[in-house]
Design a protein around this ligand. Structure first.
Ligand code: BGP
Length: 468
């Protein structure tokens, strides 16, 4: 017998600005690092139009309302609001988000706003991006402007999306050391990480000072790490990788400190960041109100016996394990099925993840991403039969309910994604939404919206406040 979902549970759906909005250079928006990157083969997906949400947000929000969403998680594009990152505010950018929030509120949908989802303003990148401490000041100013403009309407905020992925797989999502000294990109990336943590801490403090009723938390990608065997050396490798891949980011955001295992790992590689007086005090002063996390899969590693001399930055797919000579290397988990895109599916791992985060931090948990990427097919009658997505979501919601029954406090579930958008690694060929967007990688077609089978299914879940 499972405990029910709590009253007021936030059944939600997620997107991010650059993946859904399009209009990359319209109405005064400045370029961001993701807009400028050539990521997909020429002539295929890019972010210029994406799902055209910038122009169709009213229609999209109406569909979210019809689906019954209690909340909607989206990110604000920093360079739409402040085109060069730290200069003039763009009134049309503010107006877009004000209209979007107003539209959500009119349908009774609670906005959950991510401050930053991979899309650093290009102008800041040119000045060193996160390697430059001035970006910390720029981020705090940007956050304060959003709190000032939207604080009256937005109660739930998120700091930096998947900061750990930006550090572990920086090349794919705009944080690589490409413009910096490339002799050891990791050293630079961990310096960027330190600065991002300080920036996020300043935003937490600013929110609590300006809007005492509002809430904010970090939103890393958590993939709990298993050992490939029960050999103690593999267990040790899994423990180390958990510390550096997962706990580093949450320990800093919640406890305000580097955990010892992660710090020892950074020292052993010569990757410790430079700190200034007051940095650790700032980290310790910032309080998270909840822990948000994105979960797609667990990971499995084994001990690696190569020497620690050769290290390569592994760009690309977030679920590929970072191989680290002398410490760990990723291993296949033969016990798990995989999605069409090769991502392992692990619902038990989801329950374990809830338990571990809860026991470590004792803060309410909010799932900000979870979902299945697949190449969906639009039928001639406008239907999309995505039963595979329903199966994926159903089994994860079931695992979440088991975690609730285990005693974990869960406040909401925001699957990726509310509507089809441009996948970070596979363009438009990999869809996640409850709502199909009629375009492909070569042709923008009509951009019309179609409700998938999962749309009607999720509608019933929300109505029942749990699995029907
Ligand atoms: C997360 C990101 C999202 C989204 C998702 C799916 O890491 O926060 O932005 O892209 O992963 O990844 P992908 O699109 O590569 O399948």
């Amino acid at each position: 017998q499972l405990d029910p979902f709590p009253e007021g549970f936030l059944w939600s759906g997620s997107t991010s600005a650059y993946q859904v909005e399009g209009a990359t250079l319209e109405d005064g928006k400045g370029p961001s690092v993701v807009d400028l990157r050539t990521q997909f083969p020429e002539g295929t997906s890019d972010y210029k139009v994406a799902s055209d949400h910038y122009h169709r947000f009213r229609e999209d929000v109406a569909l979210f309302g019809e689906m019954g969403l209690k909340a909607y998680r989206f990110s604000v594009s920093w360079s739409r609001v402040i085109p060069d990152g730290d200069g003039e505010v763009n009134p049309q950018g503010i107006e877009f988000y004000r209209n979007l929030i107003g539209e959500l509120r009119s349908k009774g949908i609670e906005p959950i706003v991510t401050l930053y989802h991979f899309d650093l303003p290009a102008a800041l990148h040119e000045r060193g991006g996160w390697s430059n401490r001035e970006t910390i000041d720029a981020f705090e100013r940007y956050a304060r402007i959003l709190f000032e403009e939207f604080g009256g309407e937005v109660k739930y905020w998120l700091g930096i999306n998947e900061q750990n992925m930006m550090i572990l797989h920086g090349d794919a999502i705009g944080t690589s050391g490409e413009d910096h000294d490339d002799s050891d990109p990791h050293k630079d990336l961990y310096q960027q990480n330190h600065h991002m943590m300080l920036a996020q801490a300043r935003a937490f403090n600013a929110l609590h000072e300006m809007l005492p009723e509002a809430k904010i938390g970090p939103a890393p990608n958590i993939a709990i790490v298993y050992a490939a065997t029960s050999k103690p050396e593999d267990m040790l490798a899994a423990d180390s990788y958990n510390a550096i891949r997962n706990w580093l980011y949450l320990d800093m955001a919640v406890h305000g400190r580097y955990n010892s295992t992660a710090w020892a790992y950074l020292r052993a590689h010569g990757w410790e960041p430079k700190m200034e007086d007051g940095d650790l005090e700032l980290l310790a002063s910032a309080k998270a109100d909840y822990v948000a996390f994105n979960y797609y899969s667990s990971m499995t590693v084994q001990a690696d016996h190569r020497s620690m001399t050769e290290t390569k930055s592994s760009a690309g797919d977030q679920q590929l394990g970072a191989s680290d000579p002398g410490v760990q290397e990723p291993a296949d988990n033969p016990n798990l099925e995989k999605t069409a895109f090769g991502w392992e599916i692990d619902t038990v791992g989801f329950r374990i993840t809830f338990r571990q985060i809860w026991e470590r931090y004792h803060l309410p948990l909010l799932v900000t991403e979870n979902g299945l990427g697949a190449p969906d097919t639009l039928e001639a009658d406008g239907s999309v039969h995505d039963g595979y997505r329903i199966d994926y979501l159903r089994s994860h919601i079931h695992a979440m309910q088991e975690a609730i029954t285990d005693g974990v406090e869960v406040m909401g579930y925001s699957p990726w994604s509310a509507i089809d958008l441009i996948s970070t690694h596979s363009g438009v060929t990999k869809r996640y939404g409850f709502i199909y967007v009629d375009r492909d990688e070569f042709d923008l077609r009509t951009l019309d919206r179609f409700k998938k089978d999962s749309f009607y299914w999720y509608q019933r879940v929300i109505e029942a406040n749990g699995l029907p």
